[in-house]
Design a protein around this ligand. Structure first.
Ligand SMILES: Cc1cc2nc3c(=O)[nH]c(=O)nc-3n(C[C@H](O)[C@H](O)[C@H](O)COP(=O)(O)OP(=O)(O)OC[C@H]3O[C@@H](n4cnc5c(N)ncnc54)[C@H](O)[C@@H]3O)c2cc1C
Ligand code: SF4
Ligand code: SF4
Ligand code: SF4
Length: 457
């Protein structure tokens, strides 16, 4: 085995496919594909990268750029921001933050949040800042399989608007970018941006290309079965589907389909967050996401997320379609400012407290639990990702929380248990349960906020 963990298994006889790294470490970001000098990596039906052992020349580069096995937070923080450690909280380092939305109401409506990402990309193409945007759309012949797309026009960018809560090895698009002239902006969740950063380290010409990075906050993605099993539960054959929406309709959106005859159907009564996604997360989130601490895409030029902050009445503020933006680099800040001044977007400044309020509820999930899981796997002799961050031993409270959390994932392991849970979640009973849960959450938030307010007085 080489120093960085690459095991040239193809030299041995084996019958299994040879994956770039063990599957339970792979985030399926796609970064290993563009670095391969002989183009011998393809993606299986679950989007894991598989090596063609007949053509592989055993250079180890694919493993070298892999953020799934190793991503050095300390070195990357030092390089991008001149500090050794990420700050407390999930926001990472940013120069300024804004609550934003696209000024074109159609773009705002098409986006998952405020259409900010699509509108920024459109503005950047129109102003000549970039030649094309690297986004995620759907396969032309398969409306439920997300795939990387290179967009040169406003229409192309708008056609790929909206979050695809599904595994997609988006960074593989860099293989095509290498062959093209011009400037690009790349949209991606944390692990995809991390893959790009590692690619830049190994393949220097990429640094000169100055790809602008727009990060998307990410609690966890979903396996494609999350989509296919939901459709089969609703008895909707894939052949009848023209388009799939993870957040269709009014903000914050619902899982929806558009049928070939132009009908829009909701797949769940409640919005994506309090309804479908929250449930599907427990059934279809890849194990690798549960070990990932990069919630806010900490190494992008700008990071974009929803603004899940509640008011004193317990309801979400700004329900009309907004996106929160954090500008991390000079370049990110400059471009956001330029787009604002040119009238593409509206951006209202947010303070650090407001940013943190939007992320607080996921702190344990993304900054504590991943390391509790990593330490537990180590005790079991299982492979773990390396982040080069100091890890504190878990407290009793961490372990208790993790035990409860793991219990919510037990139905994810088998198809029949997942399907059983889908029947329960999406039944009449499940709907009443969701409605009560939503009211309870709003009540709890309202009580907490009112207590905080009265303490301040
Ligand atoms: C898997 C995933 C998980 C997310 N989890 C959270 C979360 O927990 N909390 C939170 O606040 N926000 C989360 N987001 C971000 C949020 O859903 C919105 O994407 C974000 O707020 C931007 O909204 P917008 O309207 O400005 O973007 P839009 O104008 O809708 O543009 C979205 C852009 O993202 C691209 N895109 C869509 N899916 C993917 C993908 N899988 N990989 C790479 N690019 C993609 C689209 O092609 C488009 O260019 C997540 C996004 C994804 C893709
Ligand atoms: S070891 Fe080199 S040749 Fe083989 S798959 Fe990886 S990058 Fe390609
Ligand atoms: S680079 Fe990305 S897709 Fe390739 S093996 Fe690593 S995590 Fe998986
Ligand atoms: S949770 Fe982390 S590993 Fe999973 S998709 Fe999001 S950024 Fe990638």
């Amino acid at each position: 085995m080489s120093e960085d963990g690459y095991l040239p298994l193809h030299k041995q006889q084996h019958s299994e496919p040879l994956y770039v790294v063990p599957k339970d470490l792979c985030t399926r970001c796609g970064a290993c594909d563009p670095i391969c000098p002989v183009d011998c990596i393809s993606f299986d039906k679950h989007k894991y990268p598989v090596i063609d052992t007949k053509t592989c020349v055993d250079c180890g580069l694919c493993v070298k750029v892999c953020p799934g096995i190793d991503f050095d937070y300390t070195a990357q923080y030092q390089k991008m921001f001149g500090v050794e450690q990420p700050p407390e909280g999930l926001g990472g380092i940013y120069k300024s933050a804004f609550l934003t939305f696209a000024n074109n109401p159609q773009v705002q409506a098409e986006g998952s949040g405020g259409g900010l990402v699509s509108q920024l990309l459109i503005g950047m193409v129109k102003e000549g800042i970039i030649d094309a945007a690297l986004t995620v759309g759907y396969e032309p012949e398969d409306p439920i399989t997300p795939t990387p797309v290179i967009c040169h026009t406003e229409a192309e960018i708008r056609a790929t608007a909206g979050s695809k809560y599904c595994v997609v090895p988006h960074a593989k698009v860099i293989r095509d970018v290498k062959k093209l002239e011009g400037k690009f902006a790349f949209v991606g969740v944390g692990c995809q941006i991390e893959g790009l950063r590692k690619l830049e380290k190994v393949y220097k010409p990429l640094v000169r290309r100055e790809i602008f990075t727009i990060g998307l906050a990410c609690h966890g993605t979903l396996e494609k079965e999350g989509t296919t099993e939901l459709l089969s539960h609703r008895r909707l054959p894939q052949e009848k589907i023209k388009r799939f929406f993870y957040r269709g309709g009014n903000f914050p959106g619902k899982f929806q389909i558009e049928t070939l005859d132009g009908q829009r159907l909701d797949l769940h009564r409640f919005d994506y967050k309090d309804g479908a996604y929250n449930y599907l997360y427990h059934l279809y989130t890849p194990q690798r996401c549960l070990m990932c601490p990069d919630y806010s895409a900490e190494f992008a030029d700008i990071s974009v997320s929803d603004f899940w902050v509640r008011g004193e009445d317990g309801e979400y503020l700004h329900p009309e379609g907004t996106s929160m933006v954090m500008c991390r680099t000079e370049r990110g800040q400059k471009i956001l400012q330029q787009m604002r001044e040119s009238g593409y977007i509206t951006a209202m400044p947010l303070g650090q407290q407001e940013v943190e309020a939007s992320f607080d509820h996921l702190y344990r999930d993304k900054r504590v639990s991943p390391f509790v899981r990593i330490q537990w796997r180590e005790t079991q002799g299982l492979s773990v990702p390396q982040y080069h961050l100091p890890i504190s031993p878990p407290t009793k409270e961490d372990l208790r929380h993790e035990g409860l959390r793991q219990a919510t994932f037990i139905f994810s392991k088998r198809k029949w248990t997942r399907q059983l849970m889908l029947v329960i979640f999406f039944s009449r009973f499940g709907e009443v349960f969701t409605a009560v849960k939503m009211r309870y959450k709003a009540f709890k938030a309202s009580r907490r906020l009112r207590k905080q307010a009265s303490k301040k007085k």
